[in-house]
Write a protein that binds this ligand. Sequence first.
Ligand code: NAP
Length: 307
Amino acid sequence: MTQIYERVALIGLGLIAGSMAHAMRRDGLAGEIVGYAKSAETRATVRELGFCDRVTESAAAAVENADLVVLCVPVGAMEAVAKEIGPALRPGVTVSDVGSVKRTVVDAVGPYIPDGAHFIPAHPLAGTEHSGPRSGFAELFEDRYTILVPVPDSDRAAVDRLGDLWRAMGALVEEMDPDHHDLVLAVTSHTPHLIAYTMVGVADDLRRVTDSEVIKYSAAGFRDFTRIAASDPVMWRDVFLNNKEATLEILGRFTEELFALQRAIRQGDGDHLHGYFTRTRAIRRGIIEAGQDTDAPDFGRVKARKG
Ligand code: NAP
């Protein structure tokens, strides 16, 4: 494939940045990839892994002469990073991010982007429960959506070029405005994560079921919650602090539905339960038909080979 950017700077070198670097290197999408992460330990790990051509000692040094800068830090760290790199950005650069919340990132980062630079927030809807520089892999974005969130004066050619990069990394690309993005993600990602965290917390508190039973019988459904609830605590703290309103709105609706189901169970209202579960099953079918999951048994997990 052809090179799309000459020099890409990745600020934050964890799961998402690592996956971008692997994908860009595999297909020669960037002439040079420069990286920076906060801790000396992560910088040393990335030098050892070699997925960046250079690792710098400051974010400002990383963005020098870059034509694409992608902020891959937790949402709560975006503003401080933008403040640091702002004066070092060259005219014509595209500045993007991969944060899971968009409105607060638009508001926090936007003011530090100088005139002549293109600010195009983005969010790849792809991830795993793993984090850190060793967790990335080139295929992470394949057939997953990346949402571009252009701000009102985003340059069309710059948006298209960023879209080309994501498509070349295997993603399906769509555009949305920041508030709509945050509401959609509150439904599809943020609230489900909170529910998973809660369910695992409840199991942890329930002393009548022993820890060994919870683990031994987890395949009955619980383990899918535990996978989600193993996600990075800093990232998810920042998601809820920054997508407060939409998450609270969806949680309010969730609580109402939960109470209705609770009453149906108490009153033995099988019709209500059956009707509800029939409706929700159709959503699962829709996800499989859209190619966003597999209907292989066991949620698509590959069984460990014996022997
Ligand atoms: P990650 O694996 O935990 O990596 C985060 C990176 O950010 C680390 O390299 C960390 O450096 C660095 N960092 C933190 N604060 C920093 C600062 N002030 N200056 C410079 N570097 C800093 O996280 P991730 O999963 O890649 O997530 C990164 C972003 O992508 C987040 O905004 C998240 O919301 C978004 N996202 C995540 C997923 C997912 O499923 N994981 C999916 C889509 C989008 P150290 O290692 O030195 O601490």
